[in-house]
Design a protein around this ligand. Sequence first.
Ligand code: MSP
Length: 524
Amino acid sequence: MPDTFYITTPIYYVNGEPHLGSTYTTTLADALARYHRLYGQDSRFLTGTDEHGDKVALMAAANDETPQQLADRVSGAFRAMWPRFDIAPDDFIRTTEERHKRVVQEILQKVYDAGDIYFGEYGGLYCVGCERFYTEKELVDGRCPQHGTVPQYIAEQNYFFRMGRYQEWLIGLLTEKPDLVRPEQYRRELLAFLREPLDDLCISRPKSRLTWGITLPFDENYVTYVWFDALINYVSALDYPDGDLYQRYWPSAQHLVAKDILKPHGIYWPCMVQAAGIPVYQHLNVHGYWTIGGFKGGKSDRSELQEAERQEALRLFRDPLALSGLLGVDGMRYCLLREMAFGNDLDFTRDLLVTRYNADLAHDLGNGANRAVSMINRYCGGVIPEPGQEFDVDRDLRDAAAAAPARVWAHVEAMEPSLALAEAIGLAQRVNRYLEDKKPWTAFKNGDIEGVGTTLYYAAETLGIAASLLLPAMPAKMTELRGALGLGAQPPSASGGWGYLDPGTPVAREARLFPTIERDSAAS
Ligand code: MSP
């Protein structure tokens, strides 16, 4: 395995603005890129926008704009939104860019030349929302299972990718590499799907029906089906096939998506790359939905929640800036990543995140840090004290702190972000218990200055390690905490070990990082 890490988000459709769902995925990708960097890997993070297809063309027409105007406007909104959450992608790709179109055409030509694309006729039920054909069996009461709309019957001549050829190969791959798609429930879902014969994939749209797309290199009367176009962003952004970026990062590629787009990523994309002679990604990481009252993005108004609570949840779901106004940017990042067990759905309410924020950030980490810093000011002249003799209770804390980086990393590698954060915040919880046990205020009264020094050194050192391990989730606040402990320019302590704090280094006067949030106060 190369010492690189390449993480991608889905490229978002430009027919809607960023919301909590896309913000969660993109925040997680950002935190993962930062974790891998913290642990010494050369990491790269890609996001972007998916701009072709029926949906965008229809919406632009409804808005009296050209598709390009719509794409420019909404893509710009996504690009401008991410930095507001301290999300720092290394690249932002748009499917209307030349660098992307060129690669799509190159891959199409390659697959065509290899004999895996043919011309044929197809009639089927088409959902514009999903931009794909459905079989009768997949519909629920004759309606699209995602959108609840009745699909249109469309019959036309088109180009097809011989995906069916790759069925056995893909079953073999999913069987031999059990963590290719994770968590396990999604690998099982794909294998269940592959028990039925795999149809070939229609990969074109006639220009008589849709012009907003990338022209097929071998027939100018057709544009490329939007999914065949969009998936290729993951390699076009690396300047496939000759770019240094491609050589460097593709071997470590991992995708991050929600379960709505499991099939294109778990079936179409591996078959496409195999046909084009490109190695398959290392992992497809699939998370669940944030729901409101049990429905994705609050799509239904059936709900058991109180109406006011549901309205508030919807408001915050649609306006992640309001959520960051409530919790702070770092608070929002932490709570989203900590609260959702990767792979499962989670019902979103304001209270869910506020409760998490108050418990973990305001109380455990915030109070813990402020207590330690205040006591260092009160009992040690405002500088990191010299540690003295170590007893069992001190050694236990040191062992836990020194072991934490490896434990956090194991969860990061296993794509268990909420457990990685639980492990890191667990150190702050331990520090609070340790201070209660050791009672440095009593030791100070009794004149045990060496004992006070040991306790406060151990507490501050453990908090410094916790801050480093939480940096990827909370870059600004944890930099602030490290600074308050006098850890400014030193390398973050992710390699294990102990003793990063130098006795004699001044600490801040106080560390008020996370003010408590009233459970019922209105979001700003
Ligand atoms: N354009 C395609 C993706 C092409 S990738 C080659 C697309 N775009 S999308 O705008 O619909 O974004 C879907 C993604 O947004 C999900 O996979 C997920 O990352 C995120 N989410 C959208 N709603 C969400 C929730 N309610 N909950 C969690 N994630 C959500 O599909």
